[in-house]
Design a protein around this ligand. Structure first.
Ligand code: NAD
Length: 355
């Protein structure tokens, strides 16, 4: 084993993991000095106001249930007004990446502490990254203030996540681990987390879909989501995340479904240039071909396989390629315009991977 030089930045977020651990909420809020939290959810998960409110022992002062995908700044403006009106001294986000994003945006504006309770596998709770939508444009920024201080992972809150969303959200998480394995600033600790995260997802997701031992399956997938999210928060992502960012922003494609479709194709593109990462992915999936293994898993999970079925127009392929080349970023295999064009076309058509 040849260990290269590396920098390990540490793991800054406190994590409380386990089915039923939402019971720790009052103690964890107290630990952050939060007596008057504003509870954030999407409209679809407004029922959490009662579920979570009942566990908070009076530490929630009010709620804002208007979180939306891509964190539109006008939604953040409205939530900020409500947060100030309530005199909140902390943020409590309960939901998927959209709700976590609102919590992060408010933390950045106010400096208030943020406790996140994720209910999907997106992984945003483990990162210092905030994507926001303003005037039809999606921008991304990073800051230590954006990262939630504490995360409670309670798989009981994921039991209601529909099978199809569980599948694509899980594949979204796996994309973080795949890219962490060949990240330009990768390190051995993050690689350990990536390998275990991939293996946990590859075990948990099929069992969620088949309904076999659902509690264990949900716990395993949420554990995998934490590890994969921690990878996203610790090292730089590459081609796959760039492509998904471009496609999501340009064609308003569904976040997790886009990741699910693109991941096998981006992995196939990078395979020749990242043999160690490919070996680790294949091992975690119990397959010989990492890219084909990811596509087979997506197929078994009933996830979409083509960008066309997500609503991307064929003539958008050229526009997407232009944007992928608009600025430079590190990627294990150099970006070749014809090869990237081919890759996007294959993802658009849902071409089976044959390596
Ligand atoms: P989401 O948060 O938009 O959730 C999708 C839908 O599922 C919503 O209606 C939500 O209320 C519902 N839902 C969530 N959990 C549920 C549950 N347990 N049971 C029933 N319904 C549930 O989707 P997402 O994929 O989690 O997040 C996508 C967003 O997160 C995007 O805006 C993306 O850009 C962002 N994101 C950001 C980062 C980051 O590090 N900044 C990382 C990943 C994703």
């Amino acid at each position: 084993m040849n260990i290269q030089d590396f920098t390990f930045p540490g793991l800054p977020t406190r994590v409380v993991f386990g089915r039923g651990r939402l019971a720790d909420l009052p103690a964890e809020l107290e630990r952050l000095g939060i007596c008057k939290a504003v509870l954030l959810t999407t409209p679809e998960q407004a029922g959490m106001v009662d579920t979570v409110g009942a566990r908070a022992q009076g530490r929630i002062v009010g709620d804002y249930t208007g979180a939306q995908m891509h964190t539109p700044t006008d939604v953040t403006d409205a939530a900020e007004t409500e947060m100030k009106r309530l005199g909140a001294d902390g943020l409590l986000s309960v939901g998927g990446g959209s709700t976590t994003g609102l919590g992060k945006a408010l933390a950045l504006r106010s400096g208030l502490p943020h406790l996140s309770v994720p209910t999907t596998y997106a992984g945003s709770e483990m990162t210092d990254i905030l994507g926001e939508l303003a005037d039809g444009r999606k921008t991304t920024r990073r800051s230590p203030t954006i990262r939630p201080q504490t995360v409670i992972y309670d798989a009981a809150l994921t039991d209601t996540l529909p099978a199809e969303l569980s599948a694509v959200s899980g594949l979204n998480a796996m994309a973080h681990a795949v890219e962490a394995l060949y990240a330009v600033d990768g390190n051995p600790v993050v690689s350990l987390m990536a390998r275990d995260g991939l293996a946990a997802m590859a075990r948990g997701l099929p069992d969620i879909l088949s309904g076999r031992d659902p509690e264990t399956a949900r716990n395993t997938a949420l554990y995998g989501a934490w590890l994969c999210g921690a990878c996203l928060g610790a090292v730089s992502m590459a081609l796959h995340h760039k492509v998904c960012h471009v496609l999501g922003g340009s064609f308003e494609l569904h976040h997790a479904r886009t990741h699910a479709v693109v991941l096998p194709h981006a992995t196939a593109y990078n395979a020749p240039a990242a043999p160690e990462a490919m070996h680790a992915i294949a091992h975690a999936l119990g397959t010989t071909s990492p890219a084909r293994g990811l596509q087979t898993l997506a197929q078994e999970l009933g996830a979409p396989l083509s960008l066309a079925e997500l609503g991307m127009p064929e003539e958008g392929i050229e526009t997407a390629v232009d944007q992928i080349f608009a600025n430079e970023y590190p990627n294990p295999r150099p970006l070749n315009r014809d090869a990237i064009h081919q890759m996007i076309r294959a993802a658009w058509a849902g071409t089976p991977i044959s390596d």
